[in-house]
Ligand binder design. Sequence first.
Ligand code: SF4
Length: 347
Amino acid sequence: MPFAEDRSSEAEKGGPVTQKDIVRYLLEHDRSVVTSLFARADRVRSRFVGSGVHLRGLIEFSNYCCQDCLYCGLRRSNRRVKRYRMLYAQIFDVCRQAKALGIKTIVLQSGEDRRYRVRDLCGLVTDIKKLGLAVTLSIGELSYAQYRQLRLAGADRYLLRFETSDPKLYASLRPGRTLAQRLRCLSWLHKLGYETGSGMMTGLPGQTAGSIADDICLFGKLDLDMIGIGPFIPHPHTPLAKARPGSLELVLKAIALTRIMTSDTNIPATTAAGTIDPRGREKALRCGANVLMPNMTPPPYRRLYEIYPDKVCINEGEFSRGAYLARMIRRIGRTISSDYGYRKGDR
Ligand code: SF4
């Protein structure tokens, strides 16, 4: 077998994994081999990013989107979604609450909503930065000039998942968009000095183990700072409503292999992983993940931001009392990180 059983110090280093080995692990059913893979990923996590779990407070500030991705409940063709846009004052108020809870990073996420002017978003970013918070943006594809404006306004990080590195599958799932443009955006973000995040969905219809292995190899090549991996979960009001959902096992294997491949990246235990299994996020933290993203979106909006159905965080209002995720972190013997959690050290 390939590397999982190797407990030598060399094996703790992480580093490149071949595409062929990744495919073998993705297809592996032997429990002892899989357990040993997860244990190795956990050791690599411990060595390179420590025991701290970074909390990134997520604000889903608009569910309008001009794109039409086949897997997404927010796609513009879905007329059954009740759409909302939060006001700047509402967003800023949530940021203040996050700061009071000790959260160090705010993630501003939305569909591709062109109604918000970049100039105004820049003002919001600058105001949030004055609170002493790091700002991550996840608002889709923009021009180089727009990314630059937001970076100059103080945005620290940007998340832009490519979801699949198979150009044909990508084009079929995201009508009118191309993988090449997505990767161009990622290279712009990198060049502008953002901490750059990407990610993928596992279990997509038409996806193969080889294709997921290519995604993981691409993570290694792109020198990403953050990598989010979640299962495909079919949304009932999309063209993929009847497709089979992805499994947690595949997500966990992809997280473990990504940790081993990239060593020191920040990897969230995604809400989607917690949605397909009540202990999904905890399991992800045990096999390579080191970030949690408490949902700070105000409750009236939270249930409307439905990329996939039955999001686990809908009922996690008690986070505002610091309870649920903190308990999860303690239960697995980890700590809540008190720093900003930049990949290359706090700035
Ligand atoms: S995945 Fe993103 S870009 Fe695509 S429809 Fe959903 S919100 Fe819009």
